[in-house]
Ligand binder design. Structure first.
Ligand SMILES: Cc1cc2nc3c(=O)[nH]c(=O)nc-3n(C[C@H](O)[C@H](O)[C@H](O)COP(=O)(O)O)c2cc1C
Length: 368
């Protein structure tokens, strides 16, 4: 499988960085319809709509992810459309139904990203309980099991701690077989265990090649211990792309983004996400080691280092590919210009080069 490319749908205002630097990016439906069409023309494989219900740190306006995905499904031809979903705010039977419907509308292009949440204010605001960290993952795992059951079985019954499904039918089934792809966000221990057991894709926050390699090895080993083929899990990595004519220009842009950071908002975000991660038994979580500059990009995307000239970015992508990254989830400052430029210049060159992924036999030996 050649490496895949996804982009963050800018469905919340303020773009992908908590910075006051002017951006040529917009959150509206009209903008996103055009962007999605450009994205598929220039070779992106996936578009991820993020789930945000209340203004958080710099996201004053938000279009709801699943609804937006359905709308984008009817105005695109090739893109796979991933919708972020919070267990705890939705019922899994309803989501199984909605995503099966989108899969039919789009002729097999729907996917979900199950996110277990960090923003307590949304849950409290909607009057739903805010569970402890690892309980959120126990609920997410049940949620995924229900999705799979509803999508693949004639009628489905499930007796869990969080969900009960009684002989429930689902027709029509999704177009994709065995079912639409299931991504998950989260890098804590609980997230890794869940990925090893039930997810098709594990999304990583931005990180160095070494940290990414460690996570991939750990999840493959956990999957093998669960009796699952470690090769059946795929890995996506977040990266904020700053592609400029010279290395200096790219790094100047990064410095400007950080220099114009909305300090109060970054600090608020830091407190929230580190509080959410600290509730895990290991007192870690995805943002545990993130510094102020890292958090200016919500998902540590600067750390991936897709910043520099075209050649430098391609080299970096290939270094991650060599340790097992299957997909790059790209964010941009100026989606209007930066996304097509990446698609036109970088995607074809990465695809044309021979894959750097180690052969399956080597990877299986690593796990053993
Ligand atoms: C690629 C990716 C996308 C995410 N998208 C969302 C999202 O749309 N909405 C949200 O509330 N959280 C999102 N999250 C954050 C998760 O909900 C979760 O809080 C975070 O991954 C921390 O989990 P951990 O403590 O298991 O590391 C995302 C995480 C990743 C890695």
């Amino acid at each position: 499988m050649s490496v895949k490319f996804a982009y963050w749908v800018p469905n919340v205002s303020g773009g992908l960085v908590v910075s006051k630097l002017p951006q040529r990016t917009d959150w509206t439906f009209d903008y996103n319809r055009q962007l999605a069409r450009v994205a598929e023309q220039v070779g992106f494989d996936y578009a991820l709509s993020q789930a945000r219900f209340f203004a958080s740190y710099g996201a004053e306006h938000q279009l709801e992810a699943l609804t937006l995905t359905a709308a984008l499904a009817s105005v695109t031809q090739r893109l796979k459309l991933i919708s972020a979903i919070h267990p705890g705010l939705w019922h899994p039977g309803v989501i199984a139904k909605a995503v099966a419907t989108i899969d039919n509308i789009s002729n097999g292009r729907a996917a979900v990203n199950i996110v277990s949440g960090w923003f307590k204010g949304e849950f409290i605001g909607y009057g739903e309980p805010w569970l402890d960290h690892d309980e959120r993952y126990r609920r997410s795992e049940e949620f995924i099991r229900v999705l799979k059951g509803m999508w693949t079985q004639e009628t489905f019954t499930f007796k869990g701690d969080f969900y009960r499904i009684n002989d429930a039918p689902l027709k029509p089934k999704p177009v994709q077989q065995p079912h639409p792809e299931i991504f998950q966000g989260g890098n804590s221990k609980a997230a890794r265990r869940m990925a090893a057991r039930v997810s098709d894709w594990y999304f990583m926050n931005g990180a160095s090649v070494e940290k990414v390699a460690e996570q991939i090895a750990e999840i493959r080993a956990l999957a093998a211990a669960e009796g699952r083929d470690p090769e059946s899990i795929r890995f996506g990595l977040n990266g904020f792309v700053i592609q400029r004519d010279t290395e200096k220009e790219a790094h100047d842009t990064l410095r400007e983004i950080i220099a114009h950071a909305d300090e109060e908002a970054v600090e608020g975000f830091r407190q929230q996400v580190q509080f959410a991660g600290n509730a895990s038994p290991e007192k870690q979580g995805m943002w545990a080691e993130s510094k102020f500059e890292d958090l200016v990009q919500y998902n540590d995307g600067f750390k991936t280092g897709l910043i520099g000239t075209e050649e430098q970015i391609i080299e970096r992508i290939r270094a991650y590919e060599a340790v097992g990254v299957d997909l790059f989830l790209c964010g941009f400052l100026h989606f209007t210009d930066d996304l097509p430029r990446f698609g036109e210049r970088i995607i074809p060159q990465v695809r044309a080069a021979p894959s750097r992924r180690p052969a399956r036999a080597e990877r299986v030996a690593e796990v053993a």
